[in-house]
Design a protein around this ligand. Structure first.
Ligand SMILES: Cc1cc2nc3c(=O)[nH]c(=O)nc-3n(C[C@H](O)[C@H](O)[C@H](O)COP(=O)(O)O)c2cc1C
Length: 145
């Protein structure tokens, strides 16, 4: 089992339509390849965790890299893991831009800000901390703590 984490800059301003369109183009592939993970979206950036077998994670990432909907793709981590963090779905899309102001402010205080939104980190441990914070804010029961 492998985990890959990357951050990218969106080509346009991100809203729920953007996230849903990406989820739509991913769903069948992720299902077929047994890929799980999460896609966090601010108004300007994506932060994605992809889990699965080496070849499947690699192939998925290669496809994603060629997608014109984002640029400046920064690989944060790609390594073997003992188990999936995200077992419940294939890919959970989370609109960080849609969080209430209190939660957004708390996240900005902890993780900093970029382009008026929450800054997505470039260190894996911090990405995992952010994911854990979000699972608590949103009360996502399937998320393993
Ligand atoms: C930010 C972002 C995240 C994406 N995540 C996935 C993903 O998890 N799985 C996937 O198959 N495609 C994902 N895509 C879409 C791929 O880039 C590509 O459009 C899709 O895999 C093409 O599938 P198809 O060749 O079967 O039509 C993502 C695209 C973007 C911009």
């Amino acid at each position: 089992m492998y985990r890959l984490v990357y951050k990218s800059r969106s080509a346009g301003v991100i809203d729920w339509d953007t996230v849903e369109a990406i989820m739509h183009s991913s769903e069948a592939n992720n299902d077929h390849n047994e890929i799980s993970g999460t896609l966090l979206a601010s108004r300007t950036h994506f932060l994605q965790i992809i889990e699965g077998k080496y070849e499947d994670v690699n192939d998925t990432f290669m496809r994603i890299c060629h997608d014109k909907r984002h640029t400046r793709i920064q690989l944060i981590a790609f390594h073997p893991v003992d188990a999936r963090l995200f077992d419940g779905w294939n890919m959970k899309g989370i609109g960080v831009f849609d969080f209430n102001q209190d939660i957004e402010q708390t996240m900005i205080e902890k993780y900093g800000t970029e382009e008026q939104g929450v800054k997505f980190p470039l260190e894996e441990w911090m990405v995992l901390a952010m994911v854990q914070d979000i699972s608590l804010y949103l009360n996502i029961p399937e998320w393993k703590q």
